[in-house]
Design a binder for this molecule. Structure first.
Ligand code: MRU
Length: 370
């Protein structure tokens, strides 16, 4: 059996389960994912015992968000190795599961390289599988540390840009604990502001069509006790016009060498609005999301998802006549001139330029993959 659901024990507080965990029951190692498609109404784990199950979980967005995709990809390689599957084939399946978040390929390649290197040094299959698992655990831990550092740099930047000290932030999609080894990227900055008593409000875009904002960010915001208000994506314009937004904070799936930012579809219109209304537009992402191999925004592959996600709402109810075709890109690309700053665990760059991106890459402690 490839997929298996496990109910949260009665009485658990929301989000008591980690977004992902490695487990070694007597039947063999598994990767247990907090199934994000079932949140916020149910908190259940999806237990993957093989790579095809994990690939399905990635494609259906049971596990999602750039940093967590990288971590899941690395554990996926470890799972294949530990269960004696072909690691090169597993790595290729995992890397191809979704095209836009660069972290996925990075995590997969890092664990696969650790496995190959161990074999190259004469290790047994079992020892090489252990090396892949160590690489996944290291990436997981590094991402948690990066979260903490991004939160600190992001809050410092907000305080510098918005001296009033009572920030009304707008965010899009979901960038918190659910997508990270730690407290996330953009959401971690909002959380740091909240803890420091400097967050007046988090505006949460619902994020059509899969509602990562309404289902997941509102869930995380509610759990943190911060003041937040949900809005439909198309209400953002009137919110800016009313002067209710002090800064936009979002995450990223891939940052190209010229500073172009791919993130959840709907980010680019927010950047245009922010520019028009003279509001800072801040991208928060670990350096594992920066991809110097992708020259510019036009070279970023944007995942196109099934039209049914637009023509139907959750539960499969149609909201358009049968046979209606839908345009459903999962991401859009914001050009660097619309981005006020990019905040990483290595600090922030502003303005966003190719030189700044190169400097961030030079500062990055990211493991080089041979
Ligand atoms: O399609 P998703 O839900 O995986 O998209 C996620 C996003 O676009 C996030 O904003 C991005 O991965 C940054 S997460 C820290």
């Amino acid at each position: 059996m490839a997929d298996q659901y496990v109910q949260t024990p009665d009485g658990d507080v929301p989000a008591a389960l980690p977004s992902l965990r490695w487990d070694e029951p007597p039947e063999g190692p598994v990767l247990a994912l907090l199934d994000q498609t079932r949140l916020p109404s149910e908190e259940v784990e999806l237990v993957c015992t093989d790579v095809p199950a994990l690939v399905r979980a990635i494609q259906t967005l049971a596990v999602r968000g750039a940093p967590l995709l990288g971590i899941a990809g690395a554990y996926g390689v470890a799972l294949a190795a530990a269960r004696g599957y072909d690691v090169a084939e597993a790595a290729s399946l995992l890397e191809g599961a979704r095209p836009t978040a660069v972290n996925l390929g990075y995590g997969v390649r890092r664990a696969a390289a650790a496995y190959r290197e161990a074999l190259g040094k004469g290790a047994s299959e079992q020892e090489a599988a252990a090396a892949a698992l160590t690489a996944a655990r290291e990436l997981h831990r590094e991402d948690a540390e990066a979260s903490t550092r991004m939160a600190g740099h992001g809050l410092a930047l907000l305080d510098e840009l918005l001296p009033g000290g009572s920030h009304r932030l707008l965010t899009h999609c979901n960038t918190g604990r659910l997508v990270s080894g730690g407290e996330g990227t953009a959401f971690a900055v909002a959380l740091a502001a909240h803890r420091a008593g400097r967050l007046r409000k988090l505006w949460v875009d619902e994020t059509r069509p899969l509602l990562q904002g309404a289902r997941l960010t509102a869930y995380e915001a509610a759990g943190s006790g911060m003041a937040y208000t949900l809005l439909t994506d198309n209400a953002a314009g009137s919110l800016f016009a009313a002067g209710e937004v002090d800064a936009v904070v979002i995450g990223a799936d891939r940052i190209a060498a010229d500073g172009s930012v791919a993130n959840k579809v709907g980010s680019y219109p927010l950047a245009v609005l922010a520019k028009y209304h003279h509001v800072p537009f801040i991208v928060v992402a670990p350096t594992t999301t920066v991809d110097p191999q992708t020259a510019n925004g036009a070279s970023i592959v944007v995942e196109q998802r099934p039209g049914l996600e637009v023509t139907e709402v959750r539960g499969g109810m149609s909201v358009a006549p049968l046979g209606t075709r839908a345009y459903n890109p999962a991401f859009d690309v914001t050009p660097p001139e619309l981005v006020t700053a990019i905040v990483t665990e290595e600090g922030a760059i502003s303005p966003v330029t190719g030189d700044g991106i190169a400097e961030l890459c030079a500062r990055s402690r990211q493991v080089t993959i041979s």
